[in-house]
Write a protein that binds this ligand. Structure first.
Ligand code: NAP
Ligand code: 8YV
Length: 319
C-alpha cells in the first residue's frame, strides 16, 4: 500500500524530514518547483510540513481539499495564513516550549557578544593584533538595564537568565503582566529610552511589523544595543542600518533578518554588529525535540487524533 502524501513547503531539517519519510511520501516543495505535477498531487495531500519562516498562503491551502493538518517545525508561524486554514478546516500546529531555553541562551549570548565585543576580540587575536596594543574597552553587561520586547515564554526565560547577571529588567508586551515583578512600559519607544540592551522576542507578522523603528532606535540612544531574536520583520532594517552607521545606537546582535538568508551587505562591514544565521534553536538536542513534536502533531492530525500543540487560534477546532 502506498504511503499517504505530505507536502513540505520549505527545506525541512533532516530530523523532521526523516521522521516524515518513515510514514509518508514527502513532496519537497513541488508546488514551487513543478506546479503542473503538483496539480495532480494536491488532492492527495493530507498534511503540510513547514518551518517557522515558511509560507503557507490561502492560495496554497485552497488547493488542498484533503489536508488535515499544518505541522510547523518552529514556535513562530507568521508565514501561515491561519484564518484561511481555519476557514478550510485545517488546524495549524507549532513547537512551543521545547526551544525556549535555546533561544533565551542565544539572546544572552548576543547580549554578551555585542557588549563584551567577543567576536571582534577573537578577530583581533587571530589577526595578530594583540602584540600591537590592548583591545578596545567593551561595555559592562552585569548590572546593566535590559528591556524585553515581548514577555512570553522566551522573553521570561531571557529575564530569568538576565537576573543571574544582576541586570535590571523591564518589558513591553500587548498586555501588562500582573504576576511579573518587572516594570512595564506601554510602548517599545518608552522602554528603549530606559534600557541599555533592548531584546526583541515577539512573533512576526503584520501585528509587529517594524515595531522597532527609527523612533525606538533614537530612544535607545548612542550607548544602547539592539538584540533581535524575533523575526526580521519586527525591525525596520533600513532604519537600523542607518542607526548603526551614524552612531544613533551603539551596536546590534542580530539572529534574524528581513529577507533571509540574504543579509544586507551594509551590515557585513559594520564593526558594531554581531550576525548569526537564524540559529537560536539550532542545537542537536532542541532540533530533535522540535522534530519529535512536529512529527507527533503531523501523525495526530492525519489520524484525526488530539493534536499535541495546536496554535492558540486553532484550539477551538481540535478534537
Ligand atoms: P509567546 O509566548 O507567544 O510570546 C510572545 C510575546 O510577544 C508575548 O508576550 C506577546 O504579548 C508579545 N507580543 C505580541 N505582539 C506584540 C506587539 N504587537 N507588541 C508587543 N509585544 C507583542 O511566544 P514565544 O514562544 O516566546 O516566541 C516568540 C517568538 O520568538 C516566536 O513567535 C518567533 O517569532 C521568535 N522565535 C525566534 C527564534 C529564532 O530562531 N530566532 C526561535 C524561536 C522563536 P502578550 O503577552 O501581551 O500577548
Ligand atoms: C527555527 C524559529 O529556526 O521557532 C521558530 O519560530 O524561527 C526557529 O526555531 C525555524 O522554525 C526552523 O526553520
Amino acid at each position: 500500500m502506498s504511503k499517504p502524501d505530505v507536502l513540505a513547503v520549505a527545506k525541512l531539517h533532516p530530523f523532521y524530514q526523516q521522521a516524515l519519510e518513515s510514514l509518508y511520501t514527502v513532496h519537497d516543495r513541488t508546488h514551487v518547483t513543478d506546479p503542473a505535477a503538483f496539480a495532480g498531487i494536491a488532492p492527495r495531500i493530507v498534511g503540510v510540513a513547514g518551518t517557522g519562516e515558511a509560507s503557507v498562503p490561502r492560495s496554497l491551502l485552497s488547493q488542498l481539499p484533503n489536508a488535515k493538518v499544518v505541522a510547523v517545525f518552529g514556535v513562530g508561524y507568521d508565514g501561515v495564513d491561519v484564518p484561511a486554514a481555519i476557514e478550510y478546516g485545517i488546524p495549524v500546529t507549532h513547537t512551543p516550549d521545547v526551544l525556549t531555553d535555546d533561544v533565551a541562551d542565544l539572546a544572552m549570548g548576543l547580549v554578551l557578544s555585542v557588549g563584551r565585543t567577543i567576536p571582534q576580540a577573537d578577530q583581533f587575536v587571530r589577526a595578530g593584533q594583540w602584540p600591537n596594543g590592548p583591545v578596545a574597552l567593551a561595555r559592562k553587561v552585569s548590572g546593566a538595564r535590559l528591556g524585553i520586547v515581548g514577555l512570553g515564554r522566551i522573553g521570561k526565560a531571557i529575564a530569568q537568565r538576565a537576573r543571574a547577571f544582576g541586570m535590571s529588567i523591564a518589558y513591553t508586551a500587548r498586555t501588562e503582566k500582573p504576576d511579573s515583578d518587572f516594570k512595564f512600559y506601554p510602548s517599545a519607544a518608552e522602554l528603549a529610552a530606559q534600557v541599555d540592551f533592548l531584546v526583541a522576542i515577539t512573533p512576526g507578522g503584520a501585528g509587529t511589523k517594524h515595531l522597532i523603528n527609527a523612533e525606538v532606535l533614537q530612544a535607545l540612544g548612542p550607548r544602547g544595543y539592539l538584540i533581535n531574536v524575533a523575526r526580521g520583520s519586527v525591525v525596520d532594517e533600513e532604519a537600523l542600518i542607518a542607526a548603526l552607521q551614524n552612531g544613533t545606537i551603539a551596536g546590534a546582535g542580530l539572529d534574524v533578518f528581513a529577507n533571509e538568508p540574504h543579509v544586507p551587505e551594509a551590515l557585513w562591514s559594520l564593526r558594531n554588529v554581531v550576525l548569526t544565521p537564524h540559529m537560536a534553536s539550532a542545537t542537536t538536542e532542541t532540533r530533535q525535540a522540535m522534530a519529535d513534536l512536529a512529527f507527533a502533531n503531523m501523525q495526530a492530525g492525519i489520524a484525526g487524533q488530539a493534536l499535541r500543540t495546536p496554535v492558540p487560534e486553532c484550539l477551538g477546532m481540535v478534537q
